[in-house]
Design a protein around this ligand. Structure first.
Ligand code: CO8
Length: 262
């Protein structure tokens, strides 16, 4: 689809200042193909540019957040297709460029590219039926959207090796114990929980929220010394915002803060 046409494989809606994208290829368990990833990228970019949106949620169906990249679409690709043509991977970078927070609300399978997509989000809230895994080894390949890099950072080398080398699935409680997900809730509470968190985030100062996301990502990707300096600079910079004056004045005067968001 072009960036302006109506999406077919996702559903997009808003709830207050929260933008919600629901992956919607139920018969294929939300297997991620080019069209779906293009539609997802376009929707996230539009929310990122919209001052009326402060936080986003990506979710799937009860049975599957996403069961991976579309195996049928990939099955006949050659090395030249995927290397020279950059098939499969070419439209995944958009997600990394989104500056507002994205919560993954995961129920059911989050496998392969589905697990990688969830890990590209800023944090994961899981339903108690969620199952995470990197089963690519069973297909004669390895993860291709950051799975071998983000998973060890999230759960440590031992568990990441276990998952990548055996292709086994990890249930929601193991995922929470090992640090992959921030919260586990009953399936019927998943969207309430994710929306509650997203609405809360969306009420805070947009600049402070974006700075916090940038700083935590710096911790994830760089050295401690660089990260601490980066945090210090952004911490100082936030004193140039009206939202800092508003937030602190509200606290001192025992009233609710009213942030500008834009
Ligand atoms: N791709 C395409 N179709 C799929 C996929 C998939 N990843 N997963 C499920 N489907 C389809 C099935 O083919 C089936 O279709 P149909 O009804 O037409 O036969 C339908 O969804 C339902 O699936 P099942 O009947 O298999 O459902 P079950 O409940 O029995 O099993 C499972 C559910 C366990 C999730 C099973 O479907 C499964 O193992 N799926 C494949 C999981 C997998 O291997 N994922 C990794 C794919 S490779 C990958 O993601 C590489 C990522 C690289 C990213 C690079 C981008 C940057």
């Amino acid at each position: 689809m072009s960036e302006t046409s109506t999406p077919e494989l996702i559903q997009v809606r808003t709830e207050g200042r929260v933008g919600i994208v629901t992956l919607n290829r139920p018969k294929q368990l939300n297997a991620l193909n080019d069209q779906l990833m293009n539609e997802l990228g376009a929707a996230l970019k539009a929310f990122d540019a919209d001052d009326g949106i402060g936080c986003m949620i990506i979710t799937g169906s009860e049975k599957a957040f996403a069961a991976g990249a579309d195996i049928g679409a990939m099955a006949t690709y050659s090395f030249a297709d995927v290397y020279k043509g950059d098939y499969i991977t070419r439209n995944w970078e958009t997600i990394r460029s989104i500056r507002k927070p994205i919560i993954a609300a995961v129920s059911g399978f989050a496998l392969g590219g589905g697990c990688e997509l969830a890990m590209m989000c800023d944090f994961i809230i899981a339903a108690d039926n969620a199952k995470f895994g990197q089963p690519e080894i069973k297909l004669g390949i390895i993860p291709g959207a950051g799975g071998t890099q983000r998973l060890p950072r999230a759960v440590g080398k031992a568990k990441a090796m276990d998952l990548a080398l055996t292709g086994r699935m990890m249930d929601a409680s193991e995922a929470e114990r090992s640090g992959l997900v921030s919260r586990v809730v009953p399936l019927d509470k998943l969207m309430d929980e994710a929306l509650g968190a997203a609405l809360q985030i969306s009420q805070f100062s947009q600049m402070a929220v974006m700075a916090a996301k940038e700083c935590v990502n710096r911790a994830y990707e760089g050295t401690l010394a660089d990260g601490v300096m980066f945090e210090r600079r952004l911490f100082h910079a936030l004193f140039a915002t009206e939202d800092q004056k508003e937030g602190m004045d509200a606290f001192v005067n025992k009233r609710a803060a009213n942030f500008k968001h834009a």
